[in-house]
Design a protein around this ligand. Structure first.
Ligand code: GTP
Ligand code: ZN
Length: 199
């Protein structure tokens, strides 16, 4: 059994406080908070926001450390198309897309599922896409100490779609490279493999 903490239960005090605040917001925007469909909405929203920000109280290093295995494999490992959902810290609206992560082991490999778990821990915080990219990159770099690590994130931002500039088709790509991925050939191999269907 893994020793790191998953999001398991809602804090009742926090839920109660948030419920009051969400009820105020609903009234402020003109809703009748006694109507049936909306009666439980403050509580639902209180729980949803706790889940969506639950990454603040989880330890991503511990997740990686719980499944590191000594292995003499010195080639690139790529986990691509990891779906992610986060909240932008400016508007608290979702941004969502895919993360592609690669590392070159340095004596240790990591359990494959732990990489998407680390993505989720950092995504379930108020974020900007740039910091999310670096958080994932640096966490893998410090914890696994690989020969190289690379992270690319492609995401759509609801704050640019539903409101504001209202652009429906723009995608934002962010990337970070450390160690051997700073070499152009290694970086290009990674970029080629994540854009192919056979990687
Ligand atoms: N760099 C970066 N900017 C982001 C991200 N998410 C949202 N933003 C931007 O944060 C900026 C906040 O700008 P402000 O001018 O303070 O906010 P605003 O008046 O709501 O801006 P508009 O969205 O242009 O209407 C906007 O340009 C958003 O597009 C992100 O992950 N990274
Ligand atoms: Zn935003």
């Amino acid at each position: 059994m893994a020793s790191y903490k998953f999001f398991e239960e809602y804090d009742h005090h926090v839920t109660d406080d948030l419920k009051k605040n969400y009820a105020d917001i609903l009234e402020r925007v003109g809703e009748d908070i006694s109507r049936e469909g909306i009666l439980k909405t403050p509580e639902r929203a209180a729980k949803a926001i706790q889940f969506l920000t639950s990454g603040h109280c989880q330890d991503p290093e511990q997740i990686l450390k719980s499944a590191m295995f000594a292995e003499d494999y010195n080639d690139m490992v790529i986990i691509k198309d990891v779906e992610l959902y986060s909240l932008c810290e400016h508007h608290m609206l979702p941004f969502f897309g895919k993360a592609h992560i690669a590392y070159i082991p340095n004596g240790h490999i990591v359990g494959l599922s732990k990489i998407p778990r680390v993505v989720d821990v950092f995504a379930r915080r108020l974020q900007v896409q740039e910091r999310l990219t670096h958080d994932i990159l640096e966490c893998i770099n410090h914890t696994l100490k690989p020969k190289g690590v690379a992270v690319v994130i492609e995401a759509a931002h609801m704050c640019m779609m539903m409101r504001g500039v209202q652009k429906q088709n723009s995608l934002t790509t962010t990337s970070g490279f450390r160690g051997q991925f700073e070499k152009i050939e290694t970086r290009n191999e990674f970029l080629k493999l994540i854009s192919s269907d056979l990687s």
